[in-house]
Design a protein around this ligand. Structure first.
Ligand code: ADP
Ligand code: MG
Length: 676
């Protein structure tokens, strides 16, 4: 019995060599081959000259008006010119290095030529002469490698379709096809490979994309539902228990904070381990939300940890949380790489016996030596700073550790659906009231004087300034300002009237701490720094952020850096200095200076630079689609996600008859996931 999941070697004419070539294209089964869709179609439809745009690829039809001429030039180069009578126009068609075509062309003969049109010269750069064959007028182009040709692949697909079309069964349940007006799987395959017109392709593509996204989402949802049911994961404290604490906060929670607190508490209440991503723009108040979840955990007699990527941030959290939890009888410990051996010796046993309720720290928290009593919750701040392995290590520190990951890098929906599809997401989409949006200006480096004058004015008002520079080391290849140079220049400009501090990653932690403390206490007016200040640092009197070579940063990072100001009640500013070298660079600077919406910024950044740059390639999980484009086809992607959720939310979905073909398909596609 034939099946789409047969190996391609079952196809006649596919020996070891062809099989290897197909493996390189990630084609292993007939299913893979039949869903290996063309990446474009050459449309050889004959156009009218009057409709053509400049540089458009087109086919024109005409009569050869004169004997073609050939010129030889340079070394081994030649140019063949054919004058073609098209209606009343004579169009010169130039072929480069195809002098041999001359033999095929006769005067007064009618020919079809494919090429690129130049509107200004009314001429054509010829690429191909077409024979009278109409079936070639609209033809699929596949991406191939050096081991296999376009022609061979086309033939294989044709053969496979012929042999297997009778066993192409629908894997989508009928109700989905009806509800979203999709085509059958059979006609998708037929119309993608052997279309008669562009509109055949257009319709088939819509369904093909849906199918691809849907299968992917089904796999994600299934992985997600595999999280084992575990009563240990349950945090029993609920909102009512926590109200007295929430009411005593020095401010009222924003509606968005309140909503995500509810989402998190409900999740913690379930007997499944939580795996939730909390997204919120810089300054949206994620810390207090985490604090509430931590308190719920501790009041349910479990331990909590909060993991931060830097010493500075860990310490800031330790102080902040200790203050929030004052008089509640909660024992908080700070554990970082910096913690002296002596103190460490005292802390570790107290973590192990459970007398410490909350541990805050850096990478030290998931070292083997650190043993927990009953770890109920791990909060991972700035989670994108930690690798997958590190996050897993943290999770494995407890029997059933709930994870709350936090990030200020607003992840566009596209990416959160694909890369983070296996996490639940909560979003704080509102800033606490009373804050004025930061005003951002972009200047060229020639205008630095204006910026310095601007700083003088604000420093005299008692405000503080951050200056950020991309690199620490002087680099010969990169034309970027050195942080030490900048520090010297700022001292020359502002000393002795105003004091300037210096902070960078290669300083020792003691020095870093002192520099930060001086800035926080307003002892230094200007802080020149590398991006070490990027993360979470909170100095509300700082109202100006100057960023040198801003075009060397990602937009999300600029947005995050900029979020260091605008934390107090005064108007804050961000001055970006950049001389972008290309169009994309200019666009990026325009985007960041005209918007303060982190989600919009990261969506634009994604469109301008591609996903790899934003999340790092292996994390982005976005490249692997064959036909769907998660950025351009976001609507189809989210519909596919909704449908996949709708199906898997029904606990009995695997028993339903209508899903049997889908399950078979998923089992074969994803051998790592158990569907039993
Ligand atoms: P982020 O989301 O960037 O981590 P933080 O948690 O550091 O933001 O909060 C930024 C500042 O806003 C802190 O000083 C915090 O005390 C304050 N804050 C948090 N929530 C509120 C609120 N609802 N109203 C007023 N201020 C708040
Ligand atoms: Mg924070």
């Amino acid at each position: 019995m034939k099946s789409l999941h047969d190996s391609i070697s079952d196809l006649k004419g596919v020996g070891p060599k062809k099989q290897e070539a197909l493996f390189d294209l990630d084609i292993h089964t007939i299913f893979d081959l039949l869903t290996y869709f063309p990446f474009r179609y050459d449309d050889f439809k004959v156009s009218n000259l009057s409709e053509l745009k400049d540089q458009q690829l087109t086919t024109i039809s005409g009569v050869v008006a004169a004997e073609p001429t050939v010129n030889f030039f340079g070394r081994k180069k030649n140019r063949l010119i054919v004058r073609l009578l098209v209606g009343r126009d004579v169009i010169p068609v130039t072929f480069f290095n195809q002098a041999w075509l001359k033999k095929q062309i006769e005067v007064d003969q009618k020919i079809l030529v494919y090429g690129k049109f130049s509107a200004s010269q009314k001429s054509l750069l010829g690429m191909k002469i077409l024979k009278g064959n109409t079936s070639e007028r609209f033809s699929p182009i596949y991406s191939v490698n050096s081991k296999i040709t376009q022609k061979t692949l086309r033939q294989l697909i044709k053969d496979a379709f012929k042999d297997y079309q009778s066993v192409i069964t629908e894997f989508l349940p009928q109700w989905i096809i009806k509800k979203y007006r999709l085509e059958s799987f059979l006609s998708v395959i037929k119309n993608m490979h052997f279309p008669k017109s562009p509109s055949d392709v257009k319709l088939a593509k819509r369904t093909a994309k849906f199918e691809e996204f849907f299968l992917f989402q089904m796999q994600l949802q299934t992985i997600k539902n595999q999280h084992q049911k575990d009563d240990n994961a349950r945090i029993s404290a609920d909102k009512l228990n926590l109200m007295p604490f929430i009411d005593k906060l020095p401010y009222r929670l924003t509606a968005a904070q309140d909503r995500v607190v509810n989402e998190i508490l409900a999740d913690l209440h379930r007997p499944y381990t939580m795996n939730r991503l909390l997204q919120g723009d810089v300054g949206s108040g994620k810390t207090v939300v985490a604090a509430i979840a931590i308190l719920a955990t501790i009041w349910s007699k479990k331990q909590a940890v909060m993991l931060a990527p830097t010493e500075i941030l860990a310490e800031q959290h330790a102080n902040g949380l200790a203050e929030l939890f004052q008089n509640l009888g909660i024992n908080v410990a700070l554990l970082t790489g910096d913690t002296p051996q002596q103190a460490r010796k005292q802390i570790l046993p107290r973590i192990k016996d459970g007398s410490i309720n909350l541990v805050i720290g850096t990478h030290a928290l998931f070292q083997d030596k650190v043993k927990y009593h009953d770890l109920g919750l791990a909060v991972i701040d700035e989670q994108h700073r930690f690798g997958v392995k590190q996050r897993r290590k943290m999770r494995e520190k407890g029997k059933a550790t709930n994870i709350l990951s936090m990030t200020a890098t607003p992840i566009p929906r596209t990416l959160s659906i694909t890369a983070y599809g296996e996490m639940d997401v909560s979003v704080i989409d509102e800033l606490p009231g009373g804050r004025k949006p930061i005003k951002t200006t972009w200047i060229k480096s020639a205008q630095i004087r204006t910026m310095l004058n601007f700083l003088w004015k604000h420093l005299k008002n008692g405000e503080q300034v951050y200056v950020v520079v991309p690199l620490i080391e002087q680099s010969e290849t990169l034309d970027m300002r050195n942080v030490n140079d900048t520090f010297e220049k700022f001292k020359q400009e502002f000393n002795p009237k105003f004091s300037v501090g210096l902070l960078h990653g290669s300083m020792n932690d003691e020095d870093k701490k002192n520099v930060m403390q001086d800035f926080k206490a307003n002892k230094t007016n200007i802080l020149v720094s590398t991006t070490v200040i990027e993360v979470g640092v909170d100095v509300s009197n700082a109202s100006i952020m100057v960023i040198f070579d801003a075009d060397h940063f990602g937009l999300a990072q600029l947005h995050q850096l900029r979020g260091r100001v605008g934390r107090g009640s005064q108007q804050s500013y961000c001055v970006l200095i950049a001389d972008p070298k290309n169009e994309v660079g200019v666009k990026r600077m325009d985007v960041i200076s005209s918007s303060t919406d982190g989600f919009l910024i990261s969506q634009k950044d994604l469109e301008l630079r591609g996903p790899g740059d934003i999340l790092g390639n292996q994390q982005s999980g976005i490249q692997n689609f064959k036909i769907g484009d998660p950025i351009a086809d976001l609507n189809i992607l989210s519909t596919a996600q909704e449908v996949a959720k709708e199906i898997t939310d029904n606990e009995e979905w695997k028993q339903l008859d209508e899903n049997q073909e889908l399950i078979r398909c998923l089992k074969i596609l994803n051998k790592n996931t158990s569907f039993d």
